[in-house]
Design a protein. Structure first.
Length: 161
Protein backbone atom coordinates (compact mmCIF):
# COMPACT_ATOMS: atom_id res chain seq x y z
CA UNK A 1 0.00 0.00 0.00
CA UNK A 2 1.22 3.51 -0.77
CA UNK A 3 1.67 5.91 2.10
CA UNK A 4 1.13 9.66 1.92
CA UNK A 5 4.79 10.42 1.21
CA UNK A 6 4.66 8.15 -1.84
CA UNK A 7 2.14 10.36 -3.63
CA UNK A 8 3.16 13.89 -2.73
CA UNK A 9 4.57 16.02 -5.53
CA UNK A 10 8.27 15.38 -6.00
CA UNK A 11 9.17 18.88 -7.12
CA UNK A 12 7.23 21.10 -4.75
CA UNK A 13 4.27 23.37 -5.38
CA UNK A 14 5.58 24.62 -8.75
CA UNK A 15 5.37 21.14 -10.32
CA UNK A 16 2.58 20.73 -12.88
CA UNK A 17 -0.37 18.87 -11.43
CA UNK A 18 -1.75 15.55 -12.51
CA UNK A 19 1.20 14.02 -14.37
CA UNK A 20 2.91 10.76 -13.44
CA UNK A 21 6.25 9.66 -14.88
CA UNK A 22 7.01 5.93 -14.96
CA UNK A 23 10.72 5.15 -15.34
CA UNK A 24 12.48 1.93 -16.26
CA UNK A 25 15.68 1.09 -18.07
CA UNK A 26 14.63 0.62 -21.68
CA UNK A 27 11.15 2.21 -21.84
CA UNK A 28 10.19 -0.98 -23.60
CA UNK A 29 8.29 -3.24 -21.19
CA UNK A 30 7.40 -2.29 -17.60
CA UNK A 31 7.12 1.50 -17.83
CA UNK A 32 5.13 1.33 -21.05
CA UNK A 33 2.70 -1.16 -19.51
CA UNK A 34 2.27 1.03 -16.43
CA UNK A 35 1.74 4.11 -18.61
CA UNK A 36 -0.95 2.39 -20.72
CA UNK A 37 -2.80 0.92 -17.73
CA UNK A 38 -2.74 4.26 -15.90
CA UNK A 39 -3.90 6.29 -18.90
CA UNK A 40 -6.60 3.82 -19.90
CA UNK A 41 -8.23 3.81 -16.48
CA UNK A 42 -7.87 7.56 -15.92
CA UNK A 43 -9.29 8.31 -19.39
CA UNK A 44 -12.24 5.96 -18.91
CA UNK A 45 -13.19 7.65 -15.65
CA UNK A 46 -12.12 11.17 -16.74
CA UNK A 47 -9.97 11.49 -13.63
CA UNK A 48 -7.78 14.31 -14.96
CA UNK A 49 -4.45 12.50 -14.56
CA UNK A 50 -2.04 11.50 -17.33
CA UNK A 51 1.03 9.28 -17.30
CA UNK A 52 4.04 9.21 -19.55
CA UNK A 53 6.97 6.83 -19.47
CA UNK A 54 10.66 7.15 -20.19
CA UNK A 55 13.81 5.05 -20.08
CA UNK A 56 17.06 5.62 -18.24
CA UNK A 57 19.10 3.48 -20.68
CA UNK A 58 17.04 2.91 -23.83
CA UNK A 59 20.11 1.75 -25.71
CA UNK A 60 19.89 -1.48 -23.69
CA UNK A 61 16.42 -2.32 -25.01
CA UNK A 62 15.78 -4.26 -28.21
CA UNK A 63 15.17 -2.16 -31.33
CA UNK A 64 11.42 -2.91 -31.35
CA UNK A 65 9.21 -0.13 -30.08
CA UNK A 66 7.20 -2.15 -27.56
CA UNK A 67 7.85 -5.42 -25.76
CA UNK A 68 5.84 -8.41 -26.96
CA UNK A 69 5.01 -9.10 -23.29
CA UNK A 70 3.56 -5.59 -22.96
CA UNK A 71 1.56 -6.02 -26.17
CA UNK A 72 0.12 -9.31 -24.94
CA UNK A 73 -0.56 -7.94 -21.45
CA UNK A 74 -2.43 -4.95 -22.85
CA UNK A 75 -4.41 -7.07 -25.34
CA UNK A 76 -5.48 -9.47 -22.56
CA UNK A 77 -6.81 -6.49 -20.60
CA UNK A 78 -8.53 -4.85 -23.58
CA UNK A 79 -6.29 -1.79 -23.33
CA UNK A 80 -5.60 -0.13 -26.71
CA UNK A 81 -1.96 0.58 -27.52
CA UNK A 82 -2.60 4.31 -28.00
CA UNK A 83 -2.53 4.66 -24.21
CA UNK A 84 1.27 4.41 -24.40
CA UNK A 85 3.69 6.31 -26.62
CA UNK A 86 4.39 5.05 -30.12
CA UNK A 87 8.13 4.71 -29.45
CA UNK A 88 10.48 4.32 -26.51
CA UNK A 89 12.00 7.56 -25.27
CA UNK A 90 14.97 8.50 -23.11
CA UNK A 91 14.22 10.53 -20.01
CA UNK A 92 15.29 14.17 -19.88
CA UNK A 93 15.58 16.66 -17.05
CA UNK A 94 12.45 18.35 -18.41
CA UNK A 95 10.58 15.04 -18.10
CA UNK A 96 11.65 14.74 -14.49
CA UNK A 97 10.64 18.32 -13.69
CA UNK A 98 7.17 18.17 -15.21
CA UNK A 99 6.05 15.11 -13.20
CA UNK A 100 4.04 15.61 -10.07
CA UNK A 101 4.87 12.00 -9.19
CA UNK A 102 7.85 10.04 -10.50
CA UNK A 103 8.00 6.27 -10.10
CA UNK A 104 10.96 4.04 -10.99
CA UNK A 105 9.95 0.44 -11.33
CA UNK A 106 12.87 -1.23 -9.54
CA UNK A 107 15.02 0.56 -6.99
CA UNK A 108 18.13 -1.61 -7.16
CA UNK A 109 18.19 -1.25 -10.94
CA UNK A 110 17.12 2.38 -11.35
CA UNK A 111 18.44 4.34 -8.35
CA UNK A 112 22.08 4.16 -9.56
CA UNK A 113 21.06 5.32 -13.04
CA UNK A 114 19.07 8.22 -11.61
CA UNK A 115 22.00 9.18 -9.36
CA UNK A 116 24.32 9.22 -12.38
CA UNK A 117 22.01 10.95 -14.85
CA UNK A 118 20.18 13.30 -12.47
CA UNK A 119 22.26 13.81 -9.31
CA UNK A 120 20.12 14.87 -6.37
CA UNK A 121 16.91 13.43 -7.80
CA UNK A 122 17.31 9.89 -6.49
CA UNK A 123 15.46 10.66 -3.23
CA UNK A 124 12.59 12.43 -5.02
CA UNK A 125 11.59 9.29 -6.88
CA UNK A 126 9.23 6.60 -5.59
CA UNK A 127 10.65 3.13 -6.12
CA UNK A 128 8.59 0.02 -6.75
CA UNK A 129 9.95 -3.52 -6.91
CA UNK A 130 8.84 -4.84 -10.30
CA UNK A 131 11.43 -7.22 -11.74
CA UNK A 132 12.53 -7.23 -15.37
CA UNK A 133 12.39 -10.37 -17.54
CA UNK A 134 15.89 -11.42 -16.48
CA UNK A 135 14.54 -12.08 -12.97
CA UNK A 136 10.83 -12.89 -13.32
CA UNK A 137 8.39 -13.79 -16.05
CA UNK A 138 5.97 -11.13 -17.33
CA UNK A 139 3.05 -13.39 -16.41
CA UNK A 140 3.99 -12.87 -12.76
CA UNK A 141 5.12 -9.23 -12.93
CA UNK A 142 2.43 -7.61 -15.07
CA UNK A 143 -0.44 -8.44 -12.65
CA UNK A 144 1.66 -7.07 -9.76
CA UNK A 145 2.42 -3.92 -11.75
CA UNK A 146 -1.22 -3.52 -12.73
CA UNK A 147 -2.26 -3.79 -9.07
CA UNK A 148 0.25 -1.12 -8.02
CA UNK A 149 -0.93 1.20 -10.81
CA UNK A 150 -4.56 0.73 -9.73
CA UNK A 151 -3.65 1.50 -6.12
CA UNK A 152 -1.76 4.61 -7.29
CA UNK A 153 -4.77 5.84 -9.25
CA UNK A 154 -6.99 5.35 -6.22
CA UNK A 155 -4.52 7.15 -3.95
CA UNK A 156 -4.06 10.10 -6.34
CA UNK A 157 -7.71 10.57 -7.23
CA UNK A 158 -9.67 9.07 -4.37
CA UNK A 159 -11.52 6.96 -6.96
CA UNK A 160 -11.40 3.27 -7.58
CA UNK A 161 -10.63 2.81 -11.27
Amino acid sequence: MLNASETKPVHGPAAPANQVLFLCSGNYYRSRFAEAVFNYHCDRRQLGWRAYSRGLAIHLAPPNHLSPATRIGLRLRGIPFHHTAAEKQAVTAADMRKAAVCIALKEIEHRPLIQTLFPGWEDRVIYWDIHDVDVALPGAMLPMLEQKVMMLIEKLTGCRP
